[in-house]
Design a protein around this ligand. Structure first.
Ligand SMILES: Nc1ncnc2c1ncn2[C@@H]1O[C@H](COP(=O)(O)OP(=O)(O)OP(=O)(O)O)[C@@H](O)[C@H]1O
Ligand SMILES: [Mg+2]
Length: 292
């Protein structure tokens, strides 16, 4: 049975005027939801209100009106430490969320000390294996690891706490395309293994297509279109979605052409489906989709 982990209803966020900046309606009557084990995308151009929404859902941002429910809890300053741990966030710049003087292992130990009950389900070694890292990384300092490794560590730190919801705000945007694809694959794998629910925020429709089950398209603080990712991308109803799609090579092709799992590399697809000659007019895949 479906279990709705995230329900956002009619959320409005107005950032108040400050200095020369006028008051700003960043989020305007937005409703979004996610069922357990779903990867739900929020996509839109810069300034469309995605991060304002994510920060509010994480309990760290302003809520002007409307309601947010994460597994029975209203995110915000009144959350207990345990409730706070149940909503984890992964950001674009993973290095920014690490203490630069603390080794990766020390960081994990600190989390375990703060949340002994939540974190006793897995050893460091098995946790790191889940995110494709070896134990050697435990003794490294944040500046001694690459951007891709750092994003794997931040995902490890998040799942160590067994969150009911993972908020991923542009988690692949700072990375090379091939590393982006690895992180996309990793998040899907973790969703499958841990039944994790992910709100995946991105300005990039190609990445969203590679990872999200459903998608909400945001423009100027409003959701202008929503639905299963393949439906929205095959038959976009809103001109804004069409505009976003036009920027992605091959975005309008039918997902069925790429097999059941549009993100699966060719060698993992059903052997019964022989590779078809590619017509000269076939839309190209975007680099991220070729790489995933
Ligand atoms: N703390 C703040 N104070 C005032 N205005 C803000 C604040 N945070 C965001 N805004 C404004 O709210 C609007 C939405 O910003 P937000 O960061 O949520 O968009 P975004 O979709 O995440 O954009 P990006 O893709 O660039 O990350 C923008 O106009 C932004 O300038
Ligand atoms: Mg943002």
């Amino acid at each position: 049975m479906n279990h709705r982990v995230l329900t956002v209803e009619d959320l409005t966020i107005v950032h108040p005027a400050r200095r020369r900046r006028p008051a700003n309606v960043a989020v305007d009557g937005v409703s979004v939801f996610a069922e357990r084990s779903e990867i739900v995308g929020v996509v839109g151009e810069s300034g469309s209100g995605k991060t304002s929404l994510a920060m509010a859902v994480g309990g760290l941002g302003r809520v002007t009106s409307g309601t947010i429910d994460v597994d029975g809890v209203t995110p915000g300053p009144k959350m207990s430490r345990d409730e706070r741990a149940a909503i984890q966030m992964v950001f674009q710049d993973p290095h920014g969320s690490f203490d630069p003087r603390q080794s990766i292992g020390q960081g994990l130990r600190e989390l375990r000390k703060l949340h002994p009950k939540r974190t006793d389900w897995i050893t460091d070694r098995d946790l790191l294996e889940k995110v494709g890292l070896g134990e050697g990384i435990l003794t490294r300092l944040p500046h001694q690891i690459s951007g891709g490794q750092a994003q794997r560590v931040s995902i490890a730190r998040a799942i160590l706490l067994r969150p009911s919801l993972l908020l991923a705000d542009e988690p692949t945007s700072g990375l090379d395309v091939s590393i982006q694809a690895q992180i996309v694959r990793l998040l899907k794998q973790i969703r499958d293994d841990e039944a994790l629910t992910i709100l995946f925020i991105s300005h990039d429709l190609a990445v969203v297509r590679a990872i999200c089950d459903r998608v909400f398209v945001m423009k100027d603080g409003k959701v202008v279109e929503e639905g299963p990712t393949d439906e929205v991308l095959e038959r976009p109803q809103h001109p804004y979605t069409r505009k976003l799609l036009a920027a992605v090579p091959g975005a309008g092709r039918r997902l069925a052409e790429a097999g059941d799992d549009p993100a699966a590399p060719a060698e993992r697809r059903s052997p019964a489906r022989e590779p078809q000659p590619v017509p000269a007019t076939a839309p190209r895949l975007s680099p991220i989709e070729e790489a995933v």
